[in-house]
Every structure is written in structure tokens, then in C-alpha cells.
Design a protein around this ligand. Structure first.
Ligand code: PLP
Length: 389
């Protein structure tokens, strides 16, 4: 029986699907058979591979990227009263991590085309905060996000942060394999946080990691992820309060086989994205913009709906789902989520670019297993649904 014969429902084109193959399954079952399941040689191998791929000296594997963000901030001793500058448009973990250290996120608006932290807005915000002695001394770090796998303008962000003596932590959750002016995501900030959630190009189920060139920070991160246990001591010694954020051995073994597929998976995502770009060129939907010097991963393919269609985006998503195509919004306007809005009193207009992008962003299905014909179906159905409105 085939789709279209009247009995088999046509296949759903999912928003995202991981590339999991026999070698991944074997890697996991081989570890399970040993009975050694927690943070051992497979985790060490995963970390070594990731450090090599990002061109960094150290990688610290963790349970997820949310933990990575929080541990990175704690490793810098970010605490109550501190201010951390962060992009306004991201998954909520990015700002939650700051808040959960007791610090205050200072949101910075984004660039309309790349969806990334706008360096001009960062510069203006820092200049304003530095004018007052009280806020100037509370400045602790800058946390840009590489939105949907396109790196932020790290050249300008590092230069501006450097002028104020502030470290930069990359939220590279979606950006493994991306680069900015030839430099790999994860290699430019003091620390960089990655996710291996199944919506990323390669996955460990849940999973995360931090890369850094700084050995002292790597050791603090290793202690923070393991109950505060000193990773350099020959005997058990607890040198700080820590969490349990250890990655399991079977996830790490899976991670190693997955990392081996990264180039192939990213190649497919980039090829398919080009096809989408061409197809959308014939519609009113705006294809994602790639800045000069950026090589993105296309963790998500996030287009912009025409402004007049934005108010009925949810209806569009529902209609397409009924027709077997999963689409979604982009990510979150964090200052306008209930928690941050009510805690800090933000209003529409405080971050005007994020307001617009948040309203119009529209994510299309993208993963290695899709074909060009699938993309043609998606764009045709989007066009049909838009015409019906
Ligand atoms: C930009 C960004 N930061 C952080 C995270 C959190 O990652 P995790 O799900 O591994 O905790 C995500 C997850 O999608 C993300 O997109």
C-alpha cells in the first residue's frame, strides 16, 4: 500500500528528526552490556573528540545545555546582584540560567536579519550601564546566542565586551559545526555551551557540554558537575558545592558515533536549506538571511512570514499540521514571557526588533532525512494555506 491509495494516511513531514543508525544503536548496547554506565572512558573520548572538533583545549560533558549555561556562569562566580547581558530572543534557558544564579539578565535587542544579539544595542546598553557606578561594578558577563545555528557577530561582541573587561560566554546550543570568519563556534568565547538535544544536528538524547581553553575553568566546571569533587586530587576532596550533571557512558558512546556524522548531517541541512531559499524566493515568505562571514548549521530553518500574516500564524501552523506538515514559531521573546515580563515590567516596544521577529518567525521542517520533493510539498502547502487566508 502506498500513500495516496485512499487507505494509508500520507506520512507526516516532521519538524525535525535525528539521524540515528545502526552504529549508534550498537554503541549504546555495547556500553549497556558492560554495566559501567556513569562518566568513564566513553565520556572522556566524547570530550576529546568535541574539543578537537571545536579547536579548544578542553570540553566538559554535561547532562544538557541548560546545565552548561548555569555551570559556566557559576564557574565565573556570577551571583546575586550581578548583571549579565543576554540576547532577548532565545530559548528561555539562556536567561533562566542567569536568573537561577541570583543575577539579573539585561536583555539586548537583536538584529532583524540574523536574529542575533545586535552589537550596536549591546554597545548602547553597556554605555548606559557604565555611566552609573552602581551598575558599572555589577556588570559580569555577556551571553550571546548563535540563533538557530548562525553565529552572532563575535568580532564586534568580543571587542565591545573586552572594552568593559567582560568575559563572553557563547550559547552555542544550536551551533556545533558553525563558524564565524573561519573560527569555529565554541572557540571564541571564554566558555561555550552546546546542546545535544534531539533537535540539534547530532544528539545524545539529552546532553550538553562546555568548551574552553582555560584549564582552571575546566577544572571548576568538572567539580561543579560532580558534587564539588576536586578533579585534580588523588583522594576524594570536596572543594565547592556542586551538582550532579554527569553524562552517562552510553550517551557519550552514542555521542561519539553521532559526532562522526556531523559533517554529513550539516552538509544535508545546508543543501536542503539552499533549496528552501530558492523555493521561498517565489513566495511572500522571507528566507533566513546568512551574514557575510557566517557558516550556519541550520539547526532550524526559520523564515519570516509577511507582516500581515503574522497575526494568524497559529492558525497557519494548525492548518499545516492537519495536512501532515509540522511547522512552528521560531524561539521565544524572553522579556515578554510571563516570568520576565512580570518580574521586570517589560512592555511591547522595549525590544522592538524582537517584537517583530517573534511575531513573524516561522520554522519549516528540516532534517537530513527529508528530500527536495518533501521541501517542495512543504512550500506548496504553505503557499496554499496562505492563499486561503
Ligand atoms: C539557544 C539555546 N540555549 C539553550 C538550550 C538548552 O539546551 P538543552 O535542551 O540541552 O538544555 C537550547 C535548547 O534548545 C537552545 O536552543
Amino acid at each position: 500500500m502506498s500513500a495516496g491509495d485512499g487507505r494509508t494516511p500520507p506520512r507526516t513531514i516532521r519538524l525535525s528528526a535525528p539521524s540515528i543508525e545502526d552504529d549508534d544503536l550498537t554503541a549504546v548496547t555495547d556500553v549497556l552490556k558492560t554495566g559501567f554506565l556513569i562518566q568513564g572512558p566513553h565520556v572522556a573520548r566524547f570530550e576529546k573528540t568535541l574539543a578537537e572538533m571545536t579547536g579548544t583545549a578542553h570540553a566538559v560533558a554535561l547532562t544538557n545545555c541548560t546545565a552548561a549555561l548555569q555551570l559556566a556562569l557559576l564557574a565565573l562566580d556570577v551571583r546575586a546582584g550581578d548583571l549579565v547581558l543576554v540576547t532577548a530572543y532565545s530559548w528561555v534557558s539562556t536567561a533562566n540560567a542567569i536568573e537561577l544564579c541570583g543575577a539579573t539578565p539585561v536583555f539586548v535587542d537583536i538584529d532583524e536579519r540574523t536574529y542575533n544579539m545586535d552589537p550596536g544595542a549591546l554597545e548602547a546598553t553597556l554605555a548606559r550601564l557604565a555611566k552609573t557606578e552602581d551598575t558599572r561594578r555589577r556588570l559580569r558577563a555577556v551571553l550571546p546566542v548563535h540563533a538557530f545555528g548562525q553565529m552572532a557577530d563575535m568580532t564586534r561582541i568580543l571587542e565591545i565586551a573586552g572594552r568593559y573587561g567582560l568575559p563572553v560566554i557563547e550559547d552555542a546550543a544550536c551551533a556545533l559545526g558553525a563558524s564565524w570568519r573561519g573560527k569555529a563556534a565554541g572557540s571564541m568565547g571564554l566558555m561555550s555551551c552546546f546542546s545535544f538535544h534531539p533537535r540539534k544536528a547530532v544528539t545524545t538524547g539529552e546532553g550538553g557540554a562546555i568548551t574552553t581553553d582555560d584549564l582552571a575553568l575546566a577544572n571548576r566546571l568538572r567539580a561543579l558537575r560532580n558534587h564539588g569533587l576536586d578533579p585534580t586530587s588523588a583522594f576524594p576532596d570536596f572543594i565547592m558545592p556542586g551538582f550532579n550533571c554527569r553524562m552517562t557512558e552510553f550517551q557519550a558512546a552514542f555521542g561519539v558515533t553521532q559526532l562522526g556524522k556531523l559533517d554529513r548531517v550539516l552538509g544535508a541541512r545546508r543543501r536542503l536549506s539552499k533549496h528552501y531559499d530558492a523555493l521561498l524566493g517565489r513566495t511572500d515568505v522571507t528566507a533566513p538571511y546568512v551574514a557575510e562571514g557566517a557558516v550556519p548549521t541550520y539547526q532550524s530553518y526559520v523564515s519570516l512570514l509577511p507582516e500581515k500574516v503574522a497575526p494568524r500564524r497559529q492558525e497557519l501552523i494548525r492548518t499545516l499540521r492537519e495536512r501532515g506538515i509540522e511547522t512552528n514559531i521560531g524561539t521565544w521573546h524572553m522579556p515578554m514571557t510571563t516570568y520576565f515580563r512580570t518580574r521586570y515590567g517589560f512592555r511591547p516596544g522595549d525590544f522592538p526588533v524582537s517584537d517583530r521577529v517573534f511575531a513573524r518567525a516561522f520554522t519549516l521542517p528540516l532534517y537530513e532525512g527529508l528530500t527536495e520533493a518533501d521541501l517542495e510539498t512543504v512550500v506548496a502547502e504553505v503557499g496554499r494555506a496562505l492563499a486561503e487566508g
